[in-house]
Design a protein around this ligand. Sequence first.
Ligand SMILES: Cc1ncc(COP(=O)(O)O)c(C=O)c1O
Length: 431
Amino acid sequence: MSVAQQLSHVFPLGSRINAAGHLEVGGCDTVELAREFGTPAFVVAEDDLRARARAFVEALRARHDDFDVLFASKAFPCTAVYRVLAEEGLSCDVASGGELSLALRGGFDPARIYLHGNAKSLAELNAAIDAGVGHVVLDGFADIDRLERIAAERGLGTAGGGGAQRVLIRVTPGVAGTTHEKISTGQADSKFGFGVDDARRAIARLRESSSLELVGLHMHIGSQLLALDAFRPAAEVLASLGDFPVYNVGGGLGVAYTAAQEPPSIEQYVDVHVRALHELFGRDKRLLIEPGRALVANSTVTLYTVETVKRNVSTWVGVDGGMSDNLRPMLYGSVYEALFADRPATAGTGERAHVAGKHCESGDVIVRDVPLDDPRPGDVLVTPATGAYGHAMANNYNGIPRPPVIFCKDGDARVVVRRETYDDLAARDVP
Ligand SMILES: Cc1ncc(COP(=O)(O)O)c(C=O)c1O
């Protein structure tokens, strides 16, 4: 077997086992990265991010004229990631005032930003209007009330007051994809969006509004979808709500966290949406997609250092991070692979062990029941596919400083988010 074949599609594009037998990401030796930057650390292959952004754009361009790809930035809200994806020509979806501020800092044109949120504050709506965001995705009647008031106060939609604020309505179509209940959002009983009957009322109301211009409908039926079959019935529900110039069909495309997982390709995902659009709405519509996870998850690996190896009923490999840098296994029972940076070729062999974090919770287990080749304290352990919702959900539980984000490209590594310090932990204290 050639060396290249030993790394699965779970790893960032271009990853390989180098001449020293070490895992290389973005042309950088991960053993050296751990030595230079410490652990835990998020290591991002910049070319992987760019390649996936291009793959979404190309897949759409090949099938449909009027489209846009929105980076669902909740998946990896980091200025450097915003910057790369803005450079790649994407638009951006933000779910809070904080994400909006990062997106602007990262260089997104406000006109290409879409503000989401099921509980937007007045301050967030005001900030969005001040920034000139292109679209607000309305999630409930309270959103309409508030945004109309803000827009009216500023004279939007009146002669001399500027154009009306463009909005979409988020519809909860009552169709759920197959995924973990905590990331399923299309079902009728959801905190997100308007149910179908309420959506009809919201549409009627917005058609009367002079300060808000309803341009289209939005849906996002769930995340980490490994089957595409729910998208079409969900689009049919949107089709029953009238004819609009814009349809935003959300994100949701699942990714491989383990070599055994074979998610649909970006082309297959785009194809399903474009077909539904052409058949249900027509070829003259603007199609928006909003991938988060599928853009960023596989671009990144996390490096940890093994601190302890304990053998009781099981083997417990304790590392220097855990639920402060990857909450997903604890929130959704997500699965990951693990291997050692200096001997990736032996991945999948050795004694079965649990990779445990250092936090004071029994549930702080990052990977369960994974074969590990002779784990020892000091080993650099790697978990691939941590680009989505890892940095995003990082926290300071147990006073653990959050890890740095390191971009690697053509063998050069640069820190784009520094490691937190103990001083950072006290930075908000008021003496
Ligand atoms: C409105 C909306 N759009 C897009 C996404 C991105 O989803 P994914 O990361 O599954 O592509 C989410 C995720 O929660 C979302 O809520």
